[in-house]
Design a protein around this ligand. Structure first.
Ligand code: GAP
Length: 435
C-alpha cells in the first residue's frame, strides 16, 4: 500500500532520522525542518544526481552565488513590485490567510469571522546589512537563486568562453515569507532550489523549451518515480509569473493532491533586459563566429530540492502487508544507505570478519554503509527496509569456513549466497543495473 497520509511519512522520518522538526526542544518553529543523518544523505544524493545531470555536459557550467545581493537586483527582477500574495486578516480571530486559498470569500476559514479587504504582501524576507537598521541598509534574502546567475551572465560567458546556447546551473537556499506554509517540507519559508538557466538565441526559445521539458521529465522517470504520478501542468494567464511567457510545472500526485515540484519557464529576455536597464551595463551577447549581437532568451528549469526529496519519500513508501514490513523502495542512486553488513551474532570471530568485509567494501566503493550487530536478523532486515537500504549482507558461522556471504535484496526479499571475493563486483554490477 502506498502512503495515503503525510503524517505516516512524518513519523517515519522522525523515527528513522530523516527529518526532525527544527528547534524541537523549544516546541519547534513553524514550517522549519532539520534534515537528520539519513535525510542529509538523501538530499546530498539528490543534489549530486542533479548536478551531474546538468554539468557533466559541455554546454552547462555551474556557479555558487551569494544569498545576499545588491537590493537593486530585486527591483530589476520585479520582485519588489510583483512578488506578492493577496493577504486578508480575520477581524475577529486575527489570523491571516492567502485570499486565493480561501473557499468561501469574505469568511474566515478558522472562525467564520469577517475578513478585511485583500492587500498585497511581499514574500521577500528583509534584513539589514551592517549595524545600522535603516532603509538604506535593507537587503533581502533571495527568493530564487536565478538572479545570481543572471547578474553573472557575462562573467561566466566570457571567462568560460561559452557560446549560446549554453546554461548556468546553481544549487542553493532560497527564502520566502509564505503566508501559509505547511504540509511537512512541501511549503517552507527556507528551502533549497536546483536551478539551471539556459541562454538561447531569440526565436529558438520554443524549441529549447520543449527540449528541457522532455529532458527534465525524463530525469524523474529515469530515477524511478512512478510514471502515472507525474504530469505537466501548463500555467494559465492568471498563474504566470511576472517574468514568464510560457510556464509548465512538473507535478506529482502527493497524498495532498497534484502539486508542482519543478517549474520550466520561458523567461524571454525579461531578466537580462531589466538588469541592463537598472545596472546601466551592457549585457548584450556577441557571437564570436557569426558576429551577431543580441540579448539571449532564457529557458529556466527550477526544481525544489526539498520538494523532490518529498516526492522521493512519498513515491518510495510501501506498506508490504503480506510481509508485515514498511519498505522505502528508493532508487538505488537515491538510497541514503547502500549496504548493511549484518553478522548473524555479536560474537567473535564473526564480528571481526564482518568488520573486515565492511572495510574491504568501503575501500573499493563510495557506498554509505552500516554495520549492525544488535537484534534478531529479522528485526535488522526490517530496520534496513524502513530506511530503504537496497542490500543487506549477512555473515554467519559457515561464512568463516566457506568464505561465502548471503546477499538479501530489499525489494524481492530474495537471498543469494555468493563468494565474499566477488561481493564488490556483485554490488557494483547491481548498482549499475538499476532495474
Ligand atoms: N526561479 C523560478 C522559481 O523560483 P518557482 O515556481 O517559484 O520558480 C521553483 O519555484 C520551485 O521551487 C518550485 O517548483 C518548488 O519545487 C520550489 N519552491 C518554491 N517555493 C517553495 C516553498 N515555499 N517551499 C519549498 N519549495 C518551494
Amino acid at each position: 500500500m502506498a502512503v495515503d497520509d503525510l503524517s505516516k511519512l512524518v513519523s517515519l522520518c522522525k523515527r528513522r532520522g530523516f527529518v526532525f522538526q527544527s528547534s524541537e526542544i523549544y516546541g519547534g518553529i513553524n514550517s522549519c525542518w532539520d534534515y537528520g543523518p539519513l535525510g542529509v544523505e538523501l538530499k546530498r544524493n539528490i543534489k549530486d544526481l542533479w548536478w551531474k545531470e546538468m554539468t557533466c555536459r559541455s554546454d552547462i557550467v555551474g556557479i555558487d552565488s551569494s544569498i545576499l545581493m545588491h537590493p537593486r537586483v530585486w527591483e530589476a527582477s520585479g520582485h519588489v513590485e510583483n512578488f506578492t500574495d493577496p493577504l486578508v486578516d480575520c477581524k475577529k480571530c486575527r489570523q491571516r490567510f492567502r485570499e486565493d486559498a480561501i473557499d468561501e470569500k469574505g469568511k474566515c476559514p478558522a472562525c467564520g469571522g469577517e475578513l478585511t479587504d485583500a492587500r498585497s504582501f511581499n514574500l521577500m524576507f528583509k534584513t539589514f546589512m551592517g549595524p545600522v537598521e535603516d532603509a538604506a541598509s535593507t537587503v533581502f534574502l533571495r527568493p530564487e537563486t536565478a538572479q545570481g546567475i543572471y547578474v553573472n551572465f557575462l562573467n561566466v560567458q566570457t571567462t568560460m568562453r561559452m557560446r549560446v546556447p549554453f546554461g548556468i546551473a546553481q544549487i542553493g537556499k532560497a527564502f520566502r515569507n509564505e503566508i501559509t506554509p505547511g504540509n511537512f517540507i512541501f511549503r517552507t519559508r527556507e528551502f533549497e532550489q536546483m536551478e539551471m538557466q539556459f541562454f538561447v538565441k531569440p526565436g529558438e526559445d520554443d524549441k529549447w523549451m520543449e527540449y528541457w521539458m522532455n529532458t527534465r521529465m525524463d530525469f524523474y522517470r529515469r530515477h524511478g518515480i512512478t510514471e502515472g504520478k507525474l504530469r505537466f501542468h501548463q500555467h494559465g494567464e492568471g498563474e504566470l509569473a511576472h517574468y514568464a511567457k510560457v510556464a509548465y510545472d512538473i507535478q506529482y500526485e502527493f497524498p495532498i493532491g497534484w502539486q508542482e515540484f519543478e517549474g520550466i519557464h520561458n523567461r524571454t529576455d525579461f531578466d537580462l533586459k531589466r538588469h541592463m536597464e537598472y545596472s546601466g551595463k551592457n549585457l548584450n551577447y556577441t557571437d564570436e563566429i557569426s558576429g551577431e549581437k543580441y540579448i539571449p532568451y532564457i529557458i529556466e528549469t527550477s526544481a525544489g530540492c526539498d520538494r523532490f526529496l518529498l516526492v522521493s519519500l512519498v513515491d518510495s513508501y510501501w506498506e508490504d502487508t503480506e510481509n508485515e514490513r514498511i519498505v522505502m523502495k528508493f532508487h538505488k542512486d537515491l538510497a541514503p544507505v547502500k549496504l548493511a553488513i549484518l553478522p548473524l551474532m555479536k560474537k567473535e570471530p564473526l564480528v571481526a570478519y564482518a568488520k573486515e568485509i565492511y572495510d574491504n567494501v568501503y575501500n573499493e566503493t563510495d557506498f554509505n554503509m552500516q554495520i549492525d550487530f544488535t537484534g534478531s536478523i529479522g528485526k535488522r532486515y526490517r530496520r534496513q527496509d524502513e530506511i530503504g537500504t537496497p542490500y543487506c549482507v549477512t555473515i554467519d558461522f559457515e561464512s568463516l569456513e566457506d568464505k561465502k556471504v548471503t546477499v538479501r535484496d530489499r525489494d524481492l526479499m530474495t537471498q543469494e549466497r555468493i563468494p565474499v571475493e566477488s561481493l564488490v563486483k556483485y554490488l557494483k554490477d547491481n548498482f549499475r543495473n538499476q532495474n
